[in-house]
Design a protein around this ligand. Structure first.
Ligand code: AMP
Ligand code: GLY
Length: 418
């Protein structure tokens, strides 16, 4: 029986902890820092996800058999390198491999070199040169800050004034920290998330999912970390999926191995089905959030087996198996998110009807569940149809009593309103 440490404290980590708690091989789960919901299946450990030394000391002291890393910041901070150097087993990419997400320019150069389809681009460090380039090109312009920006480093500028303001922000004002900007072509088409477990050149696909990044109904409002997600995407054909698996995800795994920084964790393709074929919008080096919350409940294989095999660089005993059900999940966020918001409001009326509830930002104060983050809870149901799963999820969401929360009422609209 094994002891596992999960690093992170959001809905994604709650889903990972939940999947691990279904494994007969796992005796004890710790989660750092965890949250109030995670505390029901795991022991929360008050260590930050970027406290690599503290986490390593904890793993050594508590005889942790396997560590599973959620957030990219921990990977980019080198947690995998540090754990492996100390002889600890860990699921996640090395710092060098995590550049597929932590550096947009690295990812773009790799895609160009290996013929992985994506929007063409130029990168800039100089504000004047960037502005001159953008002003000679069609709008909208896509401007991406080159670094980890928690999903908020992308600006789609409708005109030159907007582009100018964004470039000033990214290159002059030091708002994000001095850096680089990638300017790329604007693509159109439905977006979807394709996550795979990757161990070197072995790639095991997960069910496709779609996130809803904008804050409000009708895909309006500011970009967020994600306001809901679902699986069972019928607008992506088998042919498009096969193309994405072979010519994007497998090719990227092969490319990273050829570059001497093999992947060993999750590769997340943020993809777009453009009229010219499926292209990469972004890569992430970790499980997506909120996609993981709708994907992992469908895993029928033992999660510990898969994480262990990837951590050890071995093939798992058998290919990961997935349920053919679909899932649908809605995020409840603090009013004001993704801008400023207040925390500490009591939450009541959590569903008792079999709805899965993953906590994203909660804490317990004197036994009372309270809001403690921008995204607070996610409710998920599974079913044989999306409409059925959506109806049950929204019934559960409406029963939650906390006036400080809001949610989108149209998750899955792309699929449901066809
Ligand atoms: P990213 O953080 O790179 O996923 O970008 C956030 C969002 O910006 C994406 O989900 C897309 O909706 C949009 N986006 C990013 N790059 C492009 C592009 N080249 N063309 C059109 N939309 C884009
Ligand atoms: N759902 C988007 C992300 O995980 O980056």
């Amino acid at each position: 029986m094994s002891k596992v440490l999960v690093v992170g404290g959001g809905g994604r980590e709650h889903a990972i902890v939940d999947a691990l708690s279904r494994s007969p091989q796992v005796s004890e789960i710790f989660c750092a820092p965890g949250n109030a919901g995670i505390g029901a299946h795991a022991t929360n450990v008050p260590l930050k996800d970027t406290d690599v030394e503290g986490l390593k000391a904890f793993a050594l002291e508590h005889g942790i058999d396997l560590t599973v890393v959620g957030p990219e910041v921990a990977l980019a901070a080198g947690i995998v390198d540090a754990f492996r150097a100390a002889g600890l087993r860990i699921f996640g990419h090395t710092k060098a491999a995590a550049r597929i997400e932590s550096s947009k320019e690295f990812a773009k150069e790799l895609m160009v070199k290996y013929g992985i389809p994506t929007a063409s681009y130029r990168s800039f460090t100089d504000y004047r040169q960037a502005l001159a380039y953008v002003s000679g090109r069609p709008f909208p312009a896509v401007l991406k800050y080159d670094g980890l920006a928690a999903g908020k480093g992308v600006v789609i500028a409708a005109d030159l004034a907007e582009a100018d303001a964004a470039l000033k922000d990214m290159l002059l004002d030091g708002h994000f920290g001095a850096g680089k900007v990638v300017v790329e072509d604007y693509l159109t088409g439905p977006e979807f998330s394709f996550m795979c477990f990757v161990d070197g050149t072995r790639v095991y696909p997960m069910p496709l999912a779609q996130d809803h990044k904008r804050a409000f109904d009708g895909d309006k409002g500011p970009n967020t970390g994600g306001m809901g997600a679902y699986t069972g995407l019928s607008f992506i054909s088998g042919e498009q999926r096969a193309f994405a698996l072979q010519s994007i995800l497998q090719r990227t795994a092969d490319a990273m191995a050829a570059e001497g920084c093999p992947l060993s964790g999750v590769l997340y393709g943020g993809l777009m089905a453009t009229p010219e074929g499926v292209k990469v919008i972004e890569f992430n080096c970790r499980f997506g959030d909120p996609e993981t919350e709708v994907v992992l409940p469908l895993l029928e294989s033992d999660a510990y087996d898969i994480f262990s095999a990837v951590a050890d660089g071995k093939a798992p005993a058998c290919e990961p198996q997935w349920s053919t059900d679909v899932t649908m999940g809605v995020v409840l966020a603090s009013k004001g998110y993704p801008g400023s918001y207040e925390k500490g409001f009591a939450i009541q009326g959590l569903p008792q009807d079999g709805t899965i509830v993953y906590h994203m930002g909660t804490k317990l104060e004197s036994g009372v569940l309270k809001t403690a983050g921008g995204r607070v809870l996610m409710c998920i149901n599974r079913g044989s149809s999306l409409a059925d799963a959506a109806a049950r999820t929204y019934a559960a969401v409406r029963g939650i009593d906390c006036p400080a929360l809001f949610y989108r009422s149209d998750i899955g609209h792309w699929e449901l309103n066809k």
